[in-house]
Design a protein around this ligand. Structure first.
Ligand code: PHE
Length: 469
């Protein structure tokens, strides 16, 4: 096991914040958050989402940062070091986290592959004058739909696999370069670029005729649309959005600088993440409504509606390229944090080099992820193949968001709220007494003991169908 002194880490507090934000910002901002806000009651959904961010997500992120920085180890080793017990059952949280990383990466790398492919297509002008049927056919070809009759080596089947492998090669290479020289450097280029491209898309969207309908979709306040299911979905979104409950923030916390304020950083990250989601909504919905198209959710919105409406407006081809490039950057930042969890765990626990560990993990993700690439819409090469009644793509998504992440989040909150000594928690939150924030630390501990775990337990039991809200 490597020890603190030689360990790689972020070069500054600002860099640490930016990289953690880079993990939070991802495909979720672009296809989940704006749509859920629009259909979940607009402003009303935002209020509820903010409640969960504050009562569930921020306390769990604080816990993860505390566990990571105090131990300066990977998500498995962290619990061994903090409990002083090499065989502590709490290290199971780290193993579960690695499992969640794999599950998410299996399908996330597949979708990121489509985004890369669309970025390339936008750059080569493939969307000029595209029709609705053309956009749908292009998407089917990209995801390998209808490949069931094709031979494995046909282009329909191999295209999504090629792009997925390409994505993994990019992510694996950046990770191999190290925390400061790889992950941090990449994020420092991608995040500002993402922001600038996003602002350009927002300006264009807001200056279109009829943009106000899109604004209404996003910001109207309608509490009637807020059903119990919407409330639960808001909490699930807070988890996935802020990359929680699976050791990502434990791992990044272990690279944080000693003077970073661990209780304030998660608030800043959460607020910045919400701003980016809102900007994504402002870039998409005014455009969609301006052309009188129904906003769909998920893949349809990103890969069919957006190419269709963007290519109908002036400078559409340039903006389309900008939009997919920024989406690719967002997905990359999230994937770096996802792959880093098992990479640093294997490197530290089995004493192998970071490079070799990154390679092993990308090969594992690629090997299983191909199952997702081949079954995305149920018509791909493995279209009909199922496990537990679900296609591989949906299964990986379902298991991570509804099973492994909530369990991880619950255990993390209980660990910092009940197992970790109060004095240790206060010591870490105050940077060994330099910050004088005992009042805030006490408040956070109350949330971690009595509020966060209760709320998470409710969503989890509901997802399992044990209770019905
Ligand atoms: N937060 C990322 C997104 O919104 C997804 C993610 C989940 C990243 C878990 C890391 C860990 O797309």
């Amino acid at each position: 096991m490597s020890t603190g002194s030689k360990r790689d880490g972020f070069s500054s507090t600002l860099a640490a914040l930016m990289v953690a934000l880079g993990s939070a910002v991802g495909l979720g901002n672009i296809w989940k958050f704006p749509y859920m806000t629009g259909t979940g009651g607009g402003g009303a959904f935002l209020v509820i989402y903010l409640f969960f961010v504050f009562c569930v997500a921020v306390p769990i992120m604080i816990s993860e940062f505390v566990i990571g920085r105090r131990s300066r180890l990977n998500a498995v080793g962290a619990f061994r070091r903090l409990t002083g017990n090499p065989s502590t059952p709490w290290s199971g949280i780290g193993f579960l986290g690695a499992a969640s990383s794999y599950l998410i990466m299996f399908f996330y790398s597949c979708v990121a592959g489509w985004v890369y492919c669309y970025t390339y297509k936008a750059a080569t002008g493939a969307f000029a004058d595209i029709t609705k049927e053309g956009a749908e056919a292009l998407f089917s070809a990209t995801i390998g739909a209808g490949g069931a009759e094709a031979s494995f080596f046909s282009s329909t089947v191999l295209a999504p696999i090629f792009w997925q492998v390409f994505v993994l090669a990019v992510v694996g290479t950046i990770i191999s370069l190290g925390v400061a020289k790889g992950i941090e450097r990449a994020i420092k280029v991608m995040m500002p670029a993402l922001f600038v491209l996003l602002i350009a898309c927002v300006i264009r969207a807001l200056t279109l005729p009829g943009a106000a309908d899109g604004l209404y979709f996003l910001f109207h306040v309608d509490f009637k649309q807020v059903t119990p299911a919407v409330v639960l979905a808001a909490m699930g979104l807070a988890f996935f959005k802020l990359s929680l409950g699976m050791g990502t923030m434990i791992t990044y916390g272990s690279y944080f600088t000693d003077d970073a304020d661990l209780s304030l950083s998660p608030l800043k990250i959460a607020v910045a993440d919400i701003c980016i989601s809102m900007l994504a909504g402002l870039a998409v919905f005014p455009t969609v409504f301006s052309f009188g198209v129904e906003p769909g959710a998920g893949p349809g919105l990103l890969f069919i509606t957006i190419p269709l409406v963007f290519s109908q407006m002036p400078f559409g081809q340039v903006l389309l390229f900008a939009f997919f490039l920024l989406t690719a950057f967002a997905a990359n930042g999230a994937m770096l944090s996802l792959v880093e969890v098992p990479t640093i765990w294997m490197a530290e626990e089995f004493n192998i080099s970071r490079r070799r560990s990154a390679l092993i993990n990308c090969v594992i993700i690629g090997a299983v992820g191909i199952l997702a690439a081949c079954s995305a819409d149920g018509t791909g090469y493995l279209g009909a193949a199922t496990l537990f009644g679900k296609g591989f793509f949906d299964l990986f998504d379902y298991l991570s968001s509804n099973v492994t992440m909530p369990i991880g989040g619950l255990c993390i909150a209980i660990f910092t709220g009940y197992v970790m000594r109060r004095a240790d928690l206060f010591d870490e939150l105050s940077n060994h007494g330099t910050l004088r924030n005992d009042g805030r630390a006490a408040f956070i501990r109350v949330l971690l003991r009595y509020v966060t775990p209760v709320l998470v337990l409710v969503i989890f039991l509901n997802a399992l169908g044990v209770i019905k809200l």
